[in-house]
Design a binder for this molecule. Sequence first.
Ligand SMILES: Cc1ncc(COP(=O)(O)O)c(C=O)c1O
Length: 379
Amino acid sequence: MTSQESIPLAQSELTQADREAVCQVLDSGRLALGPQILQFEEDLASYVGVRHAIAVSSGTSALHLIIRALGIGEGDEVVTTPFSFIASTNCILFERARPVFVDIDPKTYCIDPAQVEAAITQRTKAILAVDVFGYPADWHALEAISERHKIALIDDSAEALGSDLGGQRCGSFGTAGIFGFYPNKQITTGEGGAIVTDDDDLSEACRSMTNQGRSARNQWLQHVRMGFNYRIDEMSAALGCSQLARVEQIVEARARIASSYHEALEGIDGLSRPTAAFDGRMSWFVYVVRLEPSFKREDRDKILDGLRAAGIGCGDYFQPIHLQPYMQEQLGTKRGDFPVTEAVSDRTIALPFFVGLTDGDVKRVAETLRALLVSRGVS
Ligand SMILES: Cc1ncc(COP(=O)(O)O)c(C=O)c1O
């Protein structure tokens, strides 16, 4: 055990301007359904390059509303990835539709378009792809598939605010996209998320369902459809505006930390570093390294234990969705179904990653990891 201070896995960067923005809302007395939400939505739509943004209570509620607004329900299928955060599959199950998993590309960790196309049936209503760890999915291929089969395409960009592919920002591909603003994300609103789309009808339906099914004309006790309370509050939206105003600085600072890691981890036997080799910009969500195939899942877990014992926050991102116990029960999925996802998932290690991480922190993480790899996690 070390006497050094511990380094968390993630930490939001909050400035005086953020604090003032939230305090101004508190002073105004208008805590809900007010101007900060409208401003945040306008700023976000303009940043992403879409006509509409609807701010909501979480990335999960954003995904749920898109599935519902598209009319996806019982008997329908949505082709998606097992290598993601659980919400990207749960949103399909919320509406009793069936997630159909296909495996990922071992280099990008995003869904493999060729396998997507092979999984499409008469019942397929949508493809739900994820920009994993900030790396854009192969949107051009996925858009071509969705057009060819006349099915919707959903961009789960919860982890990729600021990433782009050929200059087009993530979130804006396909029929609709989402962002998440939990405190580990590029920008935060505490809890929060957003739907982004160019589709006027989809936007109107999502906005209404966010607010108990009220119409845009906002008759308080008139409900034109069934809805939810998935609203974000004014304090959160004010924080979102303040954070979004400096998102470019944040994305650049995160890129600098990613390149410090890249340098510090060079030449470590048994370890591969993440790459961002595509025509566009990577907005780094996390920095995830991968152990070579000779390492077993147990070795990786020992290394995670070793990092934690040295006061270094780390994570085993992601655990395959198809192996979560209730998914196995409900969908009949099992180990062996998606070998690339399983092999990647058994060997990934997410290292501490946030704007305040110093060069000294990066060096300490790299040295600790190097030593643990030499001993294969055996202390
Ligand atoms: C890929 C992905 N989708 C969806 C979500 C859900 O977002 P939230 O936690 O805001 O509900 C997350 C959150 O981490 C995510 O990483």
